[in-house]
Design a protein around this ligand. Sequence first.
Ligand SMILES: [Zn+2]
Length: 115
Amino acid sequence: MTDLKLCPLCNSKAAVLIEELSCECSYEACQLHEPMSIDEWQSRPIEDALQKKLDEYEFALNNIQLKLDTARNKLANAEKVFMQLPQITITSIEDGAVLYDGNIFKYALEDIRYE
Ligand SMILES: [Zn+2]
């Protein structure tokens, strides 16, 4: 026989009665100190529904955690690639011209594209 759950009202142990066909709360002052079937005692629809919701939330949270870990790994890899890029300095020296790597590059404003 599976372990009987604790009383949902007072958290006392269940007392098994008459050849294990029924049980009741072992605390005499409890409202559930009345014989009932084992199935009835073990039935906890509200707790079961809440546990199901909790399981769903934990599953969703685990999925979010996995996505977060994946995003962190991608960011760490992107940072490694970025750190390996040569350091460059682009300086605007006048309208339509920049200094890059010691060379002057002239450009027309219509050549600039924003993406
Ligand atoms: Zn009780």
